[in-house]
Design a protein around this ligand. Structure first.
Ligand SMILES: [Zn+2]
Ligand SMILES: [Zn+2]
Length: 363
């Protein structure tokens, strides 16, 4: 391995003196849940902290995990570009590849793929024989865009539970994309543009990757275009798209027809003047929450497609079981339901991490 310099507060200090295999050290848990977020005191490291701290490991670049103002950031290599795009080019950020470790005051810190969005990572913390995995947001089924989730054995597994109810069970993604392409084709046949909502990191690019370009042009809102460019520079490929950041009128002037187009934009774009040149369009949302919309009522859109970058109920159980963890800590979402199920049906020591006062939504 080539020598890398870690100059931003994350020292690579190997820990050759520790030979203890005991899981206990001074009676203190390796990770505690503080009002700033998950904290590893031994490494003086916070994971996805809520407010400014000296050293913040961010699992991925969504705004509910990667917040501004940290002294130093540590993240996966594929998150660096998006993190700088969102938080500023001058942030102090250091990165790790999947499977690469650094040691912080004796704690081995390693990232593994979480399969959530490009650059998303699970964090493995290991110290004196005790292993914690903080999985961040994840899904275990591969989407062909983001490196697929890898199960990591541990003693303590921290899991989200955004869709932690048995009613959430996703269909295979290709069937969803077949539906999306059919909806688009139908609109285009009437000369009506299609608008699809998706958040600008992850969901948008996953949609782009599977759109049928024979129907018409794919146009991206500026916020999505900016993320696309950063991810493409990092080696991701999700097919051709037209940059709509100059406006939709301008596109027509440039010979890009909008009548048979599919426009991908974040939800807040609907409240801006940017969308108005499109005229009468069909609007669809792409979200796991569409699973609980009443039939025919998609919450203000014409059509809902159930597509999520989070684990559904079977995936949550699969991830917990595969971790081999005896202790499971369940965070945001339906945490009480999932924790109870893990205790009563799987006999695990499962508890709820009270972070639910924090609004967490992918963005
Ligand atoms: Zn999240
Ligand atoms: Zn997320």
């Amino acid at each position: 391995m080539s020598l890398r310099l870690f100059s931003h507060g994350f020292d690579r200090n190997f820990f050759p003196f520790c030979t203890s295999k005991s899981g206990k050290f001074g009676g203190m848990a390796l990770v505690t849940f503080t009002e700033l977020g998950f904290y590893c005191a031994q490494a003086d490291l916070y994971i996805d902290p809520l407010r400014r701290v000296p050293k913040a490991l961010v699992t991925h670049a969504h705004s509910d995990h990667a917040r501004p103002g940290m002294e130093h950031y540590l993240c996966h290599t594929q998150s660096v570009g998006i993190l700088k795009l969102r938080l500023g080019q001058r942030i102090s950020v250091q990165s790790l590849a999947y499977g690469e470790s650094i040691w912080m005051n004796g704690v081995e810190v390693t990232l593994f793929p979480a399969g959530h969005v490009p650059g998303s990572a699970q964090v493995r913390l290991s110290y004196r024989g005790e292993v914690w995995v903080i999985s961040g947001d994840y899904k275990t089924v591969g989407d062909g865009l983001t490196p697929a989730f890898e199960s990591v054995r541990c003693h303590h597994f921290v899991t989200e539970s955004t869709f932690g109810l048995p009613i959430f069970q996703w269909r295979e993604q290709q069937t969803v994309f077949d539906d999306i392409n059919a909806w688009w084709r139908g609109n285009a046949s009437f000369g009506r543009p299609s608008v699809l909502l998706g958040y600008s990191l992850g969901k948008a690019q996953r949609i782009l990757k599977y759109l049928d370009r024979s129907v018409g042009p794919v146009i991206c809102h500026g916020a999505i275009a900016a993320s696309n460019t950063v991810l493409e520079n990092g080696g991701f490929d999700f097919g051709s798209w037209v940059d709509g950041s100059g406006g939709l009128t301008d596109l027509r002037d440039r010979g890009v027809g909008t009548e048979n187009s599919l426009v991908v934009c974040p939800p807040n774009a609907l409240r801006s003047a940017w969308i108005s040149p499109l005229g009468n369009y069909s609007l669809a949302n792409c979200s796991g929450w569409m699973a609980v919309s009443k039939s025919g009522d998609w919450g203000g859109v014409d059509r809902g497609f159930v597509l999520s970058d989070h684990a559904d109920w079977p995936q949550l159980l699969e991830a917990v079981k595969a971790s081999g963890a005896e202790h499971v800590h369940v965070t945001h979402g339906f945490s009480a339901v999932l924790a109870q199920y893990l205790r009563e049906s799987l006999g695990l020591d499962a508890d709820v991490v009270e972070q639910d006062m924090i609004e967490r939504r992918d963005a």
